[in-house]
Design a protein around this ligand. Structure first.
Ligand code: GDP
Length: 198
C-alpha cells in the first residue's frame, strides 16, 4: 500500500473529541510493549510517528492518526496499552470505561487489530479483550507481533498456541507481523482496505 500522507491528529479523552468526518476507523489494542507503535510506524512507513509514551499505561487517551493512502483516507486509533503493572485500580477502570464506550458506539469503527506477542501465550488480559470483542461482534483480527524472533520451524506451534489460548475460530484471521522485516504489512493492509470498504 502506498501512503500519501499520515499525521497525528488528536489524543482524545472522550467522544466529544473524536473526529466527525465519518472516515473509517481501524483501532489497535494490545498490552504495553507488544509492538503497537512499531506496527503503526511500519504500516505508515514512518520512522517515529507513533511513540511509546514515557510512562506506559498512564496515558488514558485514544490517539488518532489520519492516513491518506492510494485508495482513500482512514484513521488509525491507538488504544492505550493495557497490562502495565503500575497503574491503579481506578486508572484501570477508567481505561475500561473509555474503551467500552468507544467500542460499543462508534459507527465509523470498521476493524479492531488485537496485537499479541508471537513468542508467548496470550495473557489473561489479552483473553479478556478478545472475548469482549467477540461478545460484541466487533470485526477483528489478531496480529501476532515480533514474528522475526521465532524460528520458522516453531511457527505452527506458536500459531496453534495463540489460536487455542484465545479460542479463535478458523474464520478469524491471524496475521503474522514483524516491524523489523515488514512481514505481514501487505496482508494487513489488504484486510484493512477490505474492512474499510476502500
Ligand atoms: P508498544 O508499547 O506496544 O507501542 O511497543 P513498541 O512498538 O514501543 O515496541 C516495544 C519493543 O519491542 C521495542 O523495543 C521495539 O523495538 C520492539 N519491537 C516491536 N515490534 C518488533 C518486531 O516486530 N520485532 C522485533 N524484533 N522487535 C520489535
Amino acid at each position: 500500500m502506498k501512503i500519501k500522507q499520515s499525521e497525528f491528529v488528536i489524543s482524545a479523552v472522550g467522544p466529544a473529541q473524536y473526529p466527525e468526518d465519518g472516515l473509517p476507523e481501524i483501532a489497535l489494542a494490545g498490552r504495553s510493549n507488544v509492538g503497537k507503535s512499531s506496527l503503526i510506524n511500519k504500516m505508515l512507513l514512518r520512522r517515529n510517528l507513533a511513540r511509546t509514551s514515557a510512562q506506559p499505561g498512564k496515558t488514558q487517551t485514544l490517539n488518532y492518526y489520519k492516513v491518506n493512502t492510494e485508495v482513500g483516507e482512514l484513521y488509525y486509533v491507538d488504544f492505550p496499552g493495557y497490562g502495565y503493572a503500575r497503574v491503579s485500580k481506578s486508572q484501570r477502570q477508567s481505561w475500561g470505561k473509555m474503551i467500552e464506550l468507544y467500542l460499543k458506539d462508534r459507527p465509523p469503527l470498521k476493524l479492531v487489530l488485537q496485537l499479541v506477542d508471537f513468542r508467548h501465550p496470550p495473557s489473561a488480559e489479552d483473553q479478556n479483550m478478545y472475548q469482549w470483542l467477540s461478545h460484541y461482534g466487533i470485526p477483528m483480527c489478531v496480529v501476532a507481533t515480533k514474528t522475526d524472533k521465532v524460528s520458522r520451524s516453531q511457527w505452527p506451534k506458536h500459531s496453534k498456541m495463540i489460536r487455542q489460548t484465545l479460542g479463535m475460530p478458523g474464520h478469524v484471521p491471524l496475521i503474522h507481523f514483524s516491524s523489523e522485516t515488514g512481514m505481514g504489512r501487505e496482508e494487513l493492509w489488504s484486510l484493512i482496505a477490505q474492512s474499510a470498504d476502500m
